[in-house]
Design a protein around this ligand. Structure first.
Ligand code: CMC
Length: 374
């Protein structure tokens, strides 16, 4: 066996999937064969969640049943709600998401059952409860009264309602829905691969999603959308942008929200999200971040030939919607639960323990000396 190392599993195909693919012939990310931007134009997030989990777009009747189930499962247990109120106010909401799904695993009567049907029921519960848990923390840490979920509101509307006590206008909700659709799935990215690796030991879905959330938190993955906002806040105003980005590149800094392991000449999700970022900026009558966005993007392409990824436009969009910066990656979580879950179910259906090899470069064999001889 050769000891050739592919660090970061660069270019290695490790398994098959039916969930999603970046199709070069249409230059687009596709879920179950549908282009993500086509789904954004014609569907609401719940339809896409159904598609990712079930393999087909829902009929009206199937969608109604799916939405009914999601809305029914939103309620948190009293234990979880009480725990959330006691979590440290300074805790990162990604750590809250990770802990909340672990607690859901302690409480779920079907935790040990990895059958496809039980897994789907558990997915629906995690999918429905995660936004509620996060919104509860959003308010609890500000000392505000926690708002109960409302069954007459869609997935996105309900999240706004529970965070802010009101639902914004339709265009803002649509922009949020679009961001969730674009975040829902992306094949064997770090967090999904983490979820599949955990699943491959026949562990349970709550454990796999807990691990996936920890993986998504990192700034090279989902955490980039928060880092983009920190960068824009550092730049402060459009007049500073050119100098700031040139200096960052001179210093050989990694610029967050740019670059991608799969896309080398542009992330196919960006044009759609950029359009909705523009719409939100117009509604909010705040063009500052758009101007900074365009300047930094231009320099990155001209000087480095590196293009933005989807975290670049989502960061300032969520900011304009009014979310705290440390809630940007948790929003990614509430959407990506669908992709992770589809992969966990797929892994269970055709499992092979994921166990790569390492090229050993440690000490040669040596004898252990007794403690008093060392
Ligand atoms: N800023 C500056 N230089 C970069 C960047 C960047 N954002 N991305 C790549 N490069 C350079 C990198 O320094 C390297 O240069 P050299 O060959 O001279 O050493 C070259 O481009 C190749 O990059 P790489 O790091 O080897 O590529 P990778 O496929 O291992 O990494 C990446 C991909 C996403 C980790 C990286 O582009 C990065 O760190 N980007 C910033 C973080 C980010 O935005 N992450 C979000 C990823 S996409 C959505 C998501 O998962 O949430």
């Amino acid at each position: 066996m050769s000891d050739e190392i592919k660090k970061g599993l660069l270019g290695i195909v490790v398994d098959e999937t039916e969930v999603s693919k970046v199709m070069p012939e249409i230059n687009s990310l596709t879920y179950r064969g549908y282009a993500a931007q086509d789904l954004c134009a014609k569907c609401k997030f719940e339809e896409v969640a159904y598609l990712i989990l079930n393999g087909e777009l829902p009929t009206k009747k199937q969608l109604k049943k799916f939405e009914k189930e999601e809305r029914k499962d939103r309620k948190l247990s009293k234990t979880l709600l009480d725990d959330i109120k006691k979590f440290p106010k300074k805790a990162h909401p990604m750590d809250v998401a990770r802990t909340a799904v672990s607690i859901m695993g302690l409480e779920d009567k079907e935790t040990k059952d990895n059958s496809p049907k039980a897994n789907m029921r558990k997915v629906m519960r995690i999918f429905a409860k995660m936004p509620v848990a996060l919104a509860a923390f959003y308010r609890a840490r500000k000392g505000k009264k926690i708002i109960s979920p409302q069954k007459n509101l869609s997935f996105s509307e309900n999240f706004f309602h529970m965070c802010f006590g009101k639902v914004p206008n339709k265009e803002i909700v649509k922009a949020f829905d679009v961001s969730l659709i674009l975040y829902a799935e992306h094949s064997f990215n770090v967090s999904t691969f983490t979820a599949r690796t955990i699943t491959s030991s026949l562990s349970d879905i709550h454990g796999a999603i807990t691990g996936a959330i920890a993986s998504l938190k990192g700034p090279l993955h989902g955490g980039a959308n928060e880092e983009v906002m920190h960068m824009m806040n550092k730049i402060k105003k459009p007049e500073n942008a050119l100098k700031w980005i040139n200096k960052a590149l001179d210093n050989k800094d990694v610029v967050m929200g740019f670059g991608h392991r799969v896309y080398k000449s542009g992330d196919s999700r960006v044009p759609t999200m950029r359009e909705y970022f523009g719409k939100v900026a117009k509604i909010k009558k705040d063009k500052k971040f758009e101007k900074i966005y365009d300047i930094v993007e231009k320099v990155m392409i001209n000087r480095k030939n590196i293009y933005p990824n989807v975290d670049y436009p989502t960061g300032p969009t969520y900011h304009l919607m009014g979310f705290d910066t440390d809630f940007f990656t948790p929003i990614f979580v509430i959407s990506r639960i669908t992709g992770w879950s589809a992969h966990i179910i797929e892994q269970h259906a055709a499992n092979k323990l994921i166990r790569p090899l390492a090229s050993y470069r440690g000490s040669k064999h040596r004898k252990v000396l007794q403690l008093n001889q060392r």
